[in-house]
Design a protein around this ligand. Structure first.
Ligand SMILES: *[C@@H]1O[C@H](CO)[C@@H](O)[C@H](O)[C@H]1NC(C)=O
Ligand SMILES: *[C@@H]1O[C@H](CO)[C@@H](O)[C@H](O)[C@H]1NC(C)=O
Length: 431
């Protein structure tokens, strides 16, 4: 199949009419959500439909489509954010997501780890998101709410079940509630940005303590309070910080539940996909454009730590799998893919092309280790893909480490309120 055939894949076209100091960014419009890759004929020019969007939807379904809005900072976006947006989308037909501006995050929580652009790429890359509003305010003001209702035609504002208080102690969503246009979703357990920053900072702390005691800066010289055996160090560290309980149901909720169609060209890409970031979204998008079905192999925690050092991965295999599954360009994942791309895998999944980005974390190839892509290379189906961004998991972690004092302070405060939340939490039914 010609690569050009896939040019209809969402190109991330941004639309910038100014309104109330915010910028609206029309991202993935029209059905580019879960059902997108199901084979609906999508015209090559999405821009064509923008002006008539409302009419188009009315005609298509004969009744008004419910538009829901949810906002957030989405700094260090994780599967908890993805799950919240999945639930929000289920409360309507179209999901519009507001991404809080850098300035507002700085004013309310301190500097974000990821820039506005990086956060936009991440949010727009989620398969449940239909539109994105850049530079949303931190708290929903009356003026912004009116903009949402009148200009963005939002029917309901969605928020999690954790209370969101303004600095003056009032409920940030009081206005929307009063107007009867507020809906609530259940908080996703097990992860928060605070928790992820904590995981990264705990490595800094450990390396530092070790440094003081010994002079060695070895990455493998970390010590855990719990004194586990060498091999379990990395594992145990993550576990005492993570509340994540992976269930089969969650994986099903994130899955497209669809195999490749007849004669589909299957593209395979593998990696750790740790601390899922904008660079991952872009490489997955480019990989998907080379075929009809994108299969992503996610390496096990053990494989990742063997190749990157004992303090990696930061996110566990199941957490990393959910982040990748939530990406609109991904059709299927292998949860725990082998390091080597084998002939058997290529046959089993009818893989036509194996790709790898030029920006990668691991330098094992340089260390004289054997080449995991030897088989696809010998078959002539290996392709290096120019990585569109040079952001890596390590560089994201480095940003946090570089500012670790600021983040540590902020984290201590947030960690306290989260600890309180976990101590006092009660069963809530729902998704
Ligand atoms: C640090 O520890 C390593 C092994 O644990 C040891 O070989 C080395 O001599 C120590 N360095 C110092 C400065 O004590
Ligand atoms: C396997 O992939 C090729 C494309 O590379 C495709 O033409 C072929 O139909 C696929 N086989 C099956 C059984 O789907």
């Amino acid at each position: 199949m010609d690569f050009e055939n896939n040019s209809w894949i969402w190109e991330g076209v941004y639309h910038y009419p100014h309104l109330f100091g915010g910028i609206m960014l029309t991202a993935a419009v029209l059905g580019l959500s879960t059902s997108f890759f199901g084979g609906i004929g999508v015209p090559s020019s999405l821009a064509y439909f923008w002006p008539d969007l409302g009419i188009f939807h009315k005609r298509k379904h004969g009744k008004k489509r419910i538009r829901v809005y949810m906002d957030g900072c989405f700094d260090l976006m994780h599967y908890g954010h993805a799950n919240a947006l999945r639930q929000a989308k289920a409360l309507g037909d179209e999901l519009v997501v507001g991404v809080v501006s850098d300035e507002e995050i700085i004013a309310n929580k301190g500097p974000p780890v990821l820039s506005m652009d990086e956060r936009l790429v991440l949010v727009s890359g989620l398969k449940w998101v239909d539109e994105v509003i850049a530079n949303a305010p931190y708290a929903i003001t009356e003026q912004f709410m009116n903009t949402l209702f009148n200009e963005h035609k939002i029917d309901y504002i969605i928020h999690g079940d954790d209370p969101c208080l303004l600095p003056d102690g009032t409920d940030a969503y009081a206005l929307a509630k009063k107007a009867g246009r507020y809906k609530q979703i259940k908080r996703t357990e097990g992860v928060s940005s605070t928790d992820i920053v904590g995981r990264i900072l705990s490595y800094v702390k450990d390396t530092k303590t070790h440094d003081d005691h010994n002079g060695s800066t070895s990455l493998h010289g970390e010590r855990d309070n719990t004194n586990e055996a060498e091999g379990e160090k990395c594992q145990s560290k993550g576990l005492h910080l993570s509340h994540f309980l992976p269930t089969s149901r969650r994986i099903v909720q994130f899955s497209n539940d669809k195999g490749p169609g007849p004669n589909a060209r299957v593209v395979y890409i593998d990696g750790a996909f740790d601390l899922f970031h904008a660079g991952h979204v872009e490489i997955l998008k480019n990989a998907r454009q080379l075929g009809d079905f994108l299969l992503v192999g996610i390496h096990t925690d053990q494989t990742v730590s063997e190749h990157r050092g004992a303090h990696y991965p930061i996110m566990h295999l199941h957490e990393r799998s959910l982040s990748v599954l939530a990406c609109r360009y991904v059709d299927e994942v292998i949860i725990g893919a082998p390091w080597d791309v084998t002939k058997d895998m290529i046959t089993t999944f009818n893989i036509s092309l194996v790709v790898r980005g030029t920006v990668a974390e691991s330098n094992s190839l340089l260390n004289g280790a054997h080449d995991p892509y030897e088989v696809p290379k010998s078959m002539g189906i290996f392709h290096m893909l120019e990585s569109p961004k040079d952001i890596t998991t390590t560089s994201v972690a480095q940003r946090i480490i570089a500012n670790h004092e600021a983040y540590m302070k902020r984290n201590v405060k947030k960690a306290e309120s989260e600890k309180k939340y976990y101590a006092e939490k009660k069963y809530v039914s729902g998704e």
